[in-house]
Structure formats: structure tokens, C-alpha cells
Design a protein. Structure first.
Length: 482
């Protein structure tokens, strides 16, 4: 996919550049020229968040894009403004110029992040007659600042994180016919190799020999063989075992198995590997960010399909840690593959674990499409994750994880069952099952079923995958480095 090029310089002398002016609600200019009132009134522009207005030249004035910041300026309003500016210019302009004089560096970084995220398109599968040049002429954003040297690093960090989120979007948006478990594992190996990280891939035979029972149970109905992937990042000469473990659910297509989803319910199920994509994309950028802690990324990859060999409701399997799980609904499969990955992370001596998964529709009911649910067993780790989400602009909300609800997953024949009480606390019962596989290791679970996909082009999202979780994980690991 094409990526927006961003640079920082100290001079305004940028030939053929189209200038962007940031305007607060009420037509108050920020770091740029003053909007011409007559043009603004004619265009209905008042500086509200997300508004844009192209002002054409008159006399000696230059063509300018005015972008609204809204009444209250924060990093999120600058992200939205960045995306709005880039989308307004993409078809007609090659170089965009933003004056950063007097604008706080963290706001300019947020503008950059929004611009890169808003620039994203997934058009790799368009036919030969599709004219890509009609969609995007823009290639470069130039930010001008009298403190360019200090700003360059902040902007470069924003570009790296936003590009990582775009990588996750690419992985998720690709159809399941080609984004198979084996192909995902190959991409992981390529990313690890190009970033001086180690990568281990378990094929089906190794998954069987190492008793990854949950991953095997879910994969039984598919002709596509499962994979388990572990990527390890070690900064400098540090090789400590107590790494931060990132664990991602990687169901490359979820039909529901024999507990078959509806046709409509399957339409977006290529996105059920969003957690694994977020983990891989985050791993890809740790070196660029200078993360100073050891990180291991685990991705459990399989399809969930119906066939004569598929797991049946009522079947019982033994997970990696020796616990038995009764499968009463084969569409509650994500927790089963995560169970084995969590067990591996604990065996490898992880100091703390964060898992991401498009796990439950119940979380969407509770929190909607924009907010992820957060649960875990360690208050300090949960608080750090919540703070990282706040800093990254990815909304998170903590949900309880009461031990008394463990009765919801009690099985008649096994140690536990994979679904909870009908119509009650589905998100919590899923997390309680995961808790059975982390022991005393500090652990946080992110249920990203809602915000992993956008149903429309809005803010800095395109319809389709959002790459949710990447920016939070990057912020979290950067904070853990200090």
C-alpha cells in the first residue's frame, strides 16, 4: 500500500505546496493565516472539528485549505484535522504544507498520525480499469517549524506508529482466501527477518506434538492447516526472559464451525484475526521506536470451518496446560486458541501478558463499536494499559472480572466449558476462561470486537479494518521502556 511521506523543515520555501491552516471553532486561526470571512461564510465554515474549506486565490493570496479543530483542542482533535486535511487534498494536490509555528509538538505529532491514517486506502484488489491516480495525487506532507530539529523525532515516531496501524489494516483487509494461517506465518517470518528479530513457527505436526489442544480443536474442520507463531524482540544485548508478552487471536476466517453463523454474520469474518494482526504490526515497529524492554509476540492462527472432521458441540479437548474444556458452541472459538498461546507465554516466563481478540459480540452490545473492553488480574498492569489507550486515542473501558462468575463456565464433564450462562455476561465469562491459562502472571485482556472494524469512512478511519490496538500497544511498550 502507498504511504504518505512526511518531513519536517524550517523553511516555508516549498515549491508547488498547498498550504493548510488550522482554525479553531469561531474562526480563530492557529499557527497560520487568518481565514477570509467572506469565503468562510459562503462555505458554511466556522472551524468546527473536521470541517474543511478550500479558499481560492484573490489578488496576492495563495490557495489555502482551512481545517477546523473544534472548540476544544486536544490530540484527538488534531488527529481528526490531519485526516480531514489529507482527504480534502488527496485528489488534487501533490505536496501539502502545514505551518507548525507555535503549535505544541505533541499536537503536530497527532496531526501527522491522523494524516497518515486518513491517507490509507486498501485498493490492492481493484481491477485493471481502476484509475488509482484519480484517487490520490498527494504524496507528501511537509511540516514547517522553527524548532525542526526537535520536532523531527516526534513526527517520525508518529509516522512509524501510524504506518504500523496501516500494516495491520492491510493484513486484516486481505481476503481469507489468500490470508491463510500459513501465509500470515510467512509474513511474520519476513517481518522478523527484516527487523533483526527471531521467529518460531509451529506447523500442524508440531502443534500436535506440543499438545496445543485448543488450536487443534478449532482447526479440525478446515483444509487450511493451523500455525502458532512466536516473534521475539530483544533490544541491544538484553536477553532477559521476563518479557512483555503480546498475544493475538488469529482466526483468519470464522464461519462459526458447526455452530454456523448466518450469512450476514460471516460477511466480515476475515477480520477475526485483528488481534494477531495488531500484535504482528506492533512487533514490526519496536526497533524504530527504540523500545527498551524485551517483547514476545504470540499469534495463534487457524480458520474455523464446518466439515465432517470439525469439532462437534459436546466434544472435550485437553489444552496445553492440561486442563480440559468442553466445547458447547464452536463459534466461541477464539478463547480456545488464545488458551494455548497464553499457556506458552507463561511457560516462557513472561513478566506480563496483554492479549487482544475480537472475542465477543457481547462486548459490542455493552460498549458499542468504538470502545474496547479491558479485563485482567492485575490492577497496576490494567492501569498502565488504560493510560496507554488514553495517550494513543484508542478508547478503552475496564469491565469487572468477578470470581463468583466462574460458575458460568462450569462444565458437567470437564474442567470448564467454552460458553457462559445464556444471555448473561458473555464478555466476562470468556475472559474468565482465559484467566484459567495465565496463572499468577500479570495479565490484561482487550476485547476489541467493536473497534477493530469501521462501518464507514469517518475521522481517520476507512470502512474496513481500523488497526485498533497497535497504537495502544506501542504507547504501552514505550512507557514500559522508561
Amino acid at each position: 500500500m502507498n504511504r504518505l511521506q512526511v518531513s519536517v523543515q524550517s523553511s516555508l520555501d516549498v515549491p508547488e505546496a498547498f498550504e493548510i491552516n488550522l482554525v479553531q471553532d469561531g474562526m480563530v486561526p492557529l499557527g497560520g493565516g487568518v481565514p477570509r470571512d467572506d469565503l468562510a461564510k459562503g462555505g458554511g465554515f466556522s472551524g468546527k472539528s473536521g470541517q474543511t474549506l478550500v479558499a481560492f486565490p484573490r489578488d496576492s493570496e495563495k490557495v489555502t485549505l482551512f481545517v477546523g479543530l473544534g472548540e476544544h483542542q486536544d490530540k484527538e482533535s488534531f488527529r481528526v484535522a490531519g485526516a480531514g486535511a489529507i482527504r480534502a487534498l488527496a485528489k488534487d494536490v501533490r505536496v501539502a504544507l502545514l505551518s507548525g509555528h507555535g503549535v505544541p509538538p505533541e499536537f503536530l505529532a497527532a496531526f501527522t498520525e491522523g494524516a497518515v491514517l486518513g491517507f490509507y486506502r486498501y485498493d490492492a484488489l481493484r481491477g485493471k480499469g481502476f484509475d488509482r491516480s484519480s484517487l490520490q495525487q498527494l504524496t507528501q506532507l511537509v511540516i514547517v517549524s522553527d524548532s525542526a530539529d526537535q520536532l523531527a523525532g516526534v513526527v517520525a515516531r508518529a509516522v512509524s506508529v501510524a504506518n504500523a496501524a496501516c500494516l495491520a489494516r492491510d493484513l486484516i483487509n486481505e481476503p481469507a482466501a489468500t490470508m491463510t494461517p500459513a501465509r500470515f506465518a510467512e509474513i511474520a517470518e519476513e517481518i522478523a527477518s527484516s527487523n533483526a528479530m527471531t521467529c518460531r513457527v509451529w506447523d500442524k505436526a508440531q502443534i500436535e506434538s506440543e499438545a496445543l489442544g485448543g488450536l487443534l480443536a478449532v482447526s479440525r474442520g478446515s483444509v487450511q492447516e493451523p500455525r502458532m507463531v512466536k516473534i521475539s524482540y530483544r533490544p541491544g544485548e538484553r536477553t532477559e526472559n521476563a518479557a512483555v508478552a503480546l498475544v493475538g487471536k488469529g482466526i483468519t476466517f470464522d464461519s462459526g464451525g458447526l455452530s454456523l453463523k448466518s450469512g450476514e454474520g460471516m460477511m466480515t469474518m476475515k477480520t477475526d484475526m485483528s488481534g494477531a494482526a495488531a500484535v504482528l504490526a506492533t512487533m514490526s515497529v519496536l526497533g524504530d521506536l527504540g523500545v527498551g524492554v524485551a517483547v514476545d509476540g504470540y499469534m495463534a492462527l487457524t480458520e474455523n470451518m464446518p466439515s465432517g472432521s470439525a469439532t462437534k458441540p459436546g466434544d472435550v479437548f485437553i489444552a496445553r496446560n492440561g486442563k480440559s474444556v468442553e466445547v458447547l458452541n464452536t463459534d466461541a472459538e477464539g478463547r480456545l486458541v488464545l488458551a494455548d498461546a497464553l499457556s506458552l507465554a507463561c511457560e516462557d516466563g513472561a513478566g506480563e501478558i496483554i492479549d487482544l481478540a475480537t472475542l465477543t459480540g457481547a462486548c459490542v452490545v455493552a460498549l458499542g463499536r468504538e470502545i474496547a473492553g479491558v479485563m485482567g488480574n492485575d490492577t497496576a498492569t490494567i492501569d498502565r494499559v488504560l493510560a496507554a489507550g488514553e495517550a494513543a486515542g484508542e478508547p478503552l473501558w475496564q469491565l469487572p472480572l468477578p470470581d463468583r462468575y466462574k460458575k458460568h463456565i462450569e462444565s458437567e464433564v470437564a474442567d470448564m466449558k467454552n460458553i457462559g450462562a445464556p444471555g448473561a455476561a458473555g464478555t466476562l465469562s470468556a475472559a474468565l476462561l482465559l484467566k484459567e491459562f495465565v496463572g499468577d502472571t500479570p495479565w490484561v485482556h482487550l476485547d476489541i470486537a467493536g473497534p477493530s472494524r469501521s462501518d464507514s469512512d469517518e475521522r481517520y478511519f476507512r470502512k474496513g479494518a481500523t488497526g485498533f490496538g497497535v497504537r495502544t500497544l506501542c504507547a504501552y511498550l514505550e512507557a514500559r521502556s522508561h
